[in-house]
Ligand binder design. Structure first.
Ligand SMILES: *Cc1c(COP(=O)(O)O)cnc(C)c1O
Length: 395
């Protein structure tokens, strides 16, 4: 039985850091669907951890990767490259205008680590301020600004970081001093429950950073590229971060990270201040260029705002009066169904009995990050399955 074999090999060789949700082995994907070894299909409302924002194997991205793979995959940063230049231009064209420079990396955590380094270099200060329930990745730098104690345990001491209550503007005001290199935060917290930053908190963050010479680093790794109904979540708020971190949707499914920064930061950079062997490879840039074109040309950013609002309304309708549901919230196609019970059994039954893949966000929140190409029919299917899975729970 091939299915058992693949699962067993993975468990034996790669096991240890991940809790698996079942024995199924995924072998292919198309649009919002993934398929297992037995040919059973699953509606992927998690976009493979928020990455497959264009769906799986988007035609434009696939073609760009295939073409570039047969042309040139590698080009070190000390040599110029046509695709890298085209991608850089396309990226800054969609970024906020005050962020005209970008460093190219390979993952979200790497983008955060680079941002923390640039903040230290620019301010010549060492300490950071982040938020409770913030999630920024698992490398030593990114982990330092991440809050969740169970991720940090066993790895301390980390970089000096004060965590202030998310959305507590007064606490933030108190925590930022003339020793602070940067404040790091998400506009909408993803991993910890789709918690939306209040305008007051976000504006205070910008204001106290400016006043005290610290930088504002906004983590848009999960919220970027239309997830919340705007190109970037900062556009809902009017704040202008000094550095913005990107990954997940950036490469249209190809591993890629980046951070964008201001002209003032550009001026302190010197050759060798930062670097990456794989970052900005022509292969990644070809994928990223095709992805940006798809977000733009297929009208996916606006679509996310409209479909997201519809999906929340449908969920509210389908789950009305269900006592186990505490709250339904979100922004664009970034949606949380908060329960009064553990979410793990819901996720398992959703996948195994209803053929729908969703994500957790903390112990009691069901998180939905559907591909932006999802159809209304697929949303309908997903909502009905979620309602069934929750209603089937023992009360
Ligand atoms: C996923 C995520 C990260 C980490 O990205 P990796 O590519 O897994 O390192 C950081 N911040 C946020 C908000 C994320 O959602």
């Amino acid at each position: 039985m091939a299915q058992t074999t693949h699962a067993q090999i993975e468990e034996r060789v790669l096991g240890g850091t991940t809790a698996r949700r079942g024995d199924i082995v995924i072998v292919s994907g198309e649009g919002c669907w993934v398929y297992d070894e037995d040919g059973k299909k699953y509606l992927d409302l998690g976009s493979a951890q928020g990455v497959a924002m264009l769906g799986h194997c988007h035609a434009g991205v696939t073609e760009a990767i295939q073409e570039q793979a047969a042309t040139l995959t590698l080009c070190p940063s000390y040599l110029y490259n046509d695709k890298r230049a085209e991608f850089a231009k396309a990226l800054v064209d969609v970024l906020p205008k005050h962020l005209p420079h970008v460093f190219l990396a390979n993952s979200g955590a790497e983008a955060i680590d680079g941002a923390l380094k640039f903040a230290r270099l620019f301010t010549r200060r060492s300490a950071f301020v982040a938020t409770t329930r913030g999630f920024h990745g698992r490398t030593m730098g990114a982990l330092s600004v991440t809050w969740e104690p169970k991720y940090r345990e066993g790895f301390e001491p980390l970089l000096a970081t004060a965590h202030v209550q998310f959305n507590d503007a007064a606490a933030l005001d108190k925590a930022v001093t003339d020793k602070t290199a940067a404040v790091v935060l998400e506009v909408v917290q993803g991993e910890s429950g789709v918690n939306i930053g209040t305008p007051d908190f976000l504006k205070t963050a910008q204001q106290v950073c400016r006043e005290r010479g610290a930088l504002l680093i906004v983590d848009e790794i999960q919220t970027g590229f239309g997830r919340t109904g705007k190109w970037f979540a900062v556009e809902h708020t009017g704040i202008e971060p000094d550095i913005m971190c990107l990954a997940k949707g950036l490469g249209g499914g190809f591993p890629m990270g980046a951070f964008a920064y201001t002209k003032a930061i550009r001026e302190v950079l010197t050759p060798g201040a930062h670097g990456s062997t794989f970052g900005g490879s022509p292969l990644a840039c070809a994928a990223g260029l095709a992805a940006i074109q798809a977000y733009r040309d297929e009208g996916l950013i606006k679509r996310s705002g409209i479909l997201g609002a519809n999906m929340r309304n449908q969920l509210r309708g389908a789950l009305e009066g269900v006592a186990l549901v505490r709250d339904i919230r979100g922004l664009g196609l970034m949606i949380a169904v908060e329960l009064r019970t553990k979410v793990a059994p819901v996720l398992k039954s959703l996948m195994l009995s209803h053929g729908v893949i969703a994500l957790p966000a903390g112990p009691t929140v069901l998180r939905l990050l559907p591909p932006l190409v999802i159809t209304e029919k697929e949303i309908d299917l997903g909502v009905q399955a979620i309602a069934k899975a929750i209603k089937e729970l023992p009360a």
